[in-house]
Design a binder for this molecule. Sequence first.
Ligand code: NAD
Ligand code: ZN
Length: 352
Amino acid sequence: MAPHIPEKQWAQVIEKTGGPVEYKQIPVQKPGPDEVLVNIKYSGVCHTDLHAVNGDWPIPTKLPLVGGHEGAGVVVARGELVKDVEIGDHAGVKWLNGSCLSCDFCQTGDEPLCGKALLSGYTVDGTFQEYCIAKAAHVARIPKDVPLDAVAPILCAGITVYKGLKESGARPGQTVAVVGAGGGLGSIAIQYAKAMGLQVIGIDTGDEKAQMCKKLGAYTFVDFAKSSNVVKDVQGATEDGLGPHAVILVAVNEKPFQQAAEYVRPRGTVIAIGLPAGAYLRAPVFETVLGVKTIKGSYVGNRKDTSEALDFYRRGLINAPFKTIGMSELQKVYDMMHEGKIAGRYVVDTSK
Ligand code: NAD
Ligand code: ZN
């Protein structure tokens, strides 16, 4: 029997840049020929959603906008061209809602670089609603034995940090510094790094985040607010004092983007993932050249990265903490996030 799909649903809507979000009823959309309609059960709240509310970035969002891009749920309808996703399948709506699948970038597995990419919760409505549309080719295939609340943060945070770690080229046994380790991406990065055989230095601030990072597998923690010299302390945290082989920057402030190239080890790689408003990277030319250091950006992941990241999760290797709250309370999550008070990730329950 086909699932019942209501005409109206609850959603969190941004009417104007700067917010606040408004919890209200809006119509349920119908999927196009190559799209599916997913009944979102849970959605993670990523700092990107807050950047979108605040208009932090140079590309404008759609308005009014339903944010959210870590949505896990059940497929309830599909367009007539969709053959490989069934009604009742568990699926994830992620940041990359769709791409053209035929440009140079899409053909070579760089779908996030597609000029026609659709971005969930940014250029198209996202997952802070009960029913969300996505291109069938791009929805994440979620195995049925995986809980939909816990898997939600994997759909952006997990994919992104897993891809970033791969891009860093760090090999098992080597050391990686995760900067912003106490946040959503950072806490999950610690777990992927550990599962990939890496040794982790966590960098963030506060006792709660320090304890969480160590519990998740970081062998040491540098508190950037307490340290009088972060560069020295990070290098000092490695056995030979030469610094970590890779740095994963998932912080939401500019400062660490200006320090990482200094403390990364010669031949090491700095991966920039966090997107603080108006920020610039900085590196000393002399030490970067003579140290043969690499600085790279990394942006979500492709469909293959998605299935690999989900497989790590399915095998029980990723157990990052999350707290669940009703979707009606999303603004509270944004307020805590703005103050840097969230250790790990919040997940909203769309039914409350
Ligand atoms: P979050 O708010 O959960 O975590 C950010 C963490 O950074 C916090 O714990 C905060 O204390 C920490 N921090 C702040 N200043 C710091 C400093 N000086 N040194 C070390 N840590 C510091 O945010 P999140 O959801 O994990 O997202 C992090 C960033 O990643 C955001 O800018 C988001 O937009 C971006 N992002 C990028 C991609 C991508 O594909 N490149 C994907 C997802 C998210
Ligand atoms: Zn995100």
